[in-house]
Design a protein around this ligand. Structure first.
Ligand code: SF4
Ligand code: SF4
Length: 298
């Protein structure tokens, strides 16, 4: 059963993965992606997450700017002038992409102007299930869902609280709501034809012995690949050490028994722009131009 699922997912993946730098190692070296930073807020609190507006830090959750949907679509045009190899327009924060309507409103505009672009959304999955239809309607084809545990006991050490249907939940209760929502969302997204990659942050002493369970659960739900990212120790989890290469490799080999594992992730900023495999990063230039244009026209 697991092999059948894997084959089915692999087939669905192959055509888009060839042009998506974060779905295949080969495309990673050839094609570009940009992240449009339109989603500042989040509906959960991961204990390792520190969001920030700055130009200096090179990590997820950081952007030098927050754009409106209209500004974002104009930014795609400027980015394509700087980097014509861009095939993917993604939204990855700095908060959660489905915590407000900004991401899907942005994709709607980008899809109308650039129908050939692959649109890719990263989310914590809490509000994935309810948004699948609109995601498809606005042209989203690929998504990344971050799943850091499928056991509420373990996830309650990683996630402080979850806002669900207007109420805030913490501890095992909040963790359980998030896990169930993620798996329902992945199932529905995958069954509806979206290509689903999962991300897992590897947290030594917390979820390092739990990778097999995560890989199994997300594969059964319909994920086509997994990206295991080392923890950047910060926030309430700054005392947890980052995993070393050996721990990361062990986790990836474990997960690979169930689904393909992507090994080239660069932990990009929420305003990244360029070809990740060639370390070509143009966001500073892109937004410097934008500031200059705003100034000269203003
Ligand atoms: Fe931060 Fe993402 Fe977690 Fe939200 S889901 S708290 S943005 S890491
Ligand atoms: Fe791709 Fe990783 Fe960067 Fe996301 S963070 S755009 S998966 S390289």
């Amino acid at each position: 059963m697991a092999i059948e699922l894997e084959n089915k997912n692999a087939e669905r993946f192959s055509h888009l993965a060839k042009k998506h730098p974060c779905f295949s190692g080969e495309a990673h070296m050839k094609f570009g992606r940009m992240h449009l930073p339109v989603s500042p807020a989040c509906n959960i609190q991961c204990n390792f997450c520190v969001r920030s507006i700055n130009q200096d830090e090179n990590r997820p959750g950081v952007s030098q700017i927050i754009l409106t949907p209209d500004e974002a679509v104009d930014t795609v045009e400027k980015a394509l002038r700087l980097c014509p190899e861009i095939t993917v327009v993604g939204i990855a924060g700095p908060g959660d992409t489905l915590a407000s309507s900004a991401s899907l409103d942005t994709f709607d505009k980008v899809h109308n102007r650039y129908p050939e672009m692959i649109l890719c959304l990263s989310t914590n999955g809490l509000r994935l299930e309810e948004n699948v239809e609109r995601m498809i309607a606005v042209g989203v084809q690929t998504i990344s869902v971050t799943v850091n545990a499928v056991d509420p006991e373990i996830l309650s050490q990683i996630v402080g609280w979850v806002v669900w249907q207007g109420k805030t939940y913490s501890g095992r209760e909040g963790a359980d709501i998030l896990i169930q929502a993620q798996l329902r969302g992945i199932r529905k997204a995958s069954a509806s034809g979206l290509l689903v990659k999962c991300n897992t942050v590897l947290l030594p002493t917390i979820n390092e012995e739990h990778i097999e369970e995560i890989a199994k659960a997300v594969t059964e739900a319909g994920a086509g690949s997994l990206n295991i990212i080392p923890l950047i120790p910060q926030g309430k989890l700054s005392h947890i050490p980052a995993p070393g290469c050996a721990e990361l490799n062990r986790a990836r080999l474990t997960a690979e028994k169930y689904l393909p594992v992507f090994r080239h992730c660069k932990h990009c900023r929420a305003d990244a722009c360029g070809i990740p495999g060639k370390n070509i990063e143009l966001s500073a230039l892109l937004y410097k131009q934008q500031a200059e244009n705003t100034f000269s026209h203003g």
